[in-house]
Design a protein around this ligand. Sequence first.
Ligand SMILES: Cc1ncc(COP(=O)(O)O)c(C=O)c1O
Length: 379
Amino acid sequence: MADTKRPFNFSAGPAILPQEVLARAAEAVTALKLDGHSANSPDIGLSLLEISHRGAPYQAVHEGAIELAHRVLGIPEDTHQILLLPGGASMQFVMVPANLSRPGTPASFVDTGAWSTKAIAEARHFGEVRVLGSSADSKFDHIPTVDWADADGSSFLHITTNNTIYGTEYESLPDSPEGVPLVIDASSHIGSRPMSLERAALGYAGAQKNLGCSGLCLVFIRRDLLDDPGAPPAPKFLRYATHAKANSLFNTPNSFGVLVLKLVLEWVEAQGGVAAMERLNAEKSTLLYTTLDNSSLFEAHACAGHRSRMTIPFTLGGAPEGERDALTARFLAEANDEGFQGLKGHRSVGGCRASMYNAFPVEGARALTSFMQEFERRA
Ligand SMILES: Cc1ncc(COP(=O)(O)O)c(C=O)c1O
């Protein structure tokens, strides 16, 4: 293990955070530093949790997080505004159609599993939905091929770019037809590699995986969509324009979540940015996929060519059917005893899932693959 006390944390989210981020966040809970909690500034003698979000110390945190998100994630400031919103990514399943749907016009979606299925269900409250493709028939083990031109005339086109539960990932963002805003749910892989996010008209990511802690959602939206006269009437709180005008301070923000976001982005930048994350994530995921593909016991759920580098579900599919459940339970129990935590798969796939977000160490991937090989020899 990385150290004797901490297990390797494969949790799908809330997920592993860098140790130094945890230490600095803990420090800010005791006494926030004046300059947005930058390393050498003096502290203000009060906790981040007990000060106004209108005062200068919190403003430095807030502004710092937004500035870093633009720079580190590659979201251009001239075309897109970043919003830090409550309600997690699920709130965006509602806010997206509340802002972008148009009467008499369908919204297009690709159904790649549970989270896109939920987004589709919410969008149906606002109008017609066109599902361009789905991989439901094969337990969402691949990204379905769709003709993007079928989204022509839609109010928006929505895709889930990394499917946390099924372990599939879009390699690149599609070309949406002219005039159709592309909307992406990038919750479980944002910041894991360079991604041309500027190609999305709107994107969102719940922070509790690669960006910090739960209850905060990072949203980026093309500025022209904020004052679109065709936007449907919506309650004030649900309108992106409301939060944009108030620079995400329309109501009391999740100040702790915003601080952790800032600290995480500083950490990513110090490691060499998203390009460095990509190299590490490729190394970790290659270790695991190679082990899975060479095994006659373990099997990756997602098809080659569609596989996520962040969230990797696998089963003990090579075991005789009658023994599979018991062997899976034994594997998870032994793994847990060895310090590999959070490996139990989502109930809809079963088996196991290794989520290896940015902060997950390469030695954790090495240790897990050795353990799997050793388990297979004994099984
Ligand atoms: C791809 C994706 N979208 C949406 C969500 C929902 O996020 P939240 O719990 O922040 O609402 C998740 C949560 O895991 C997710 O993985």
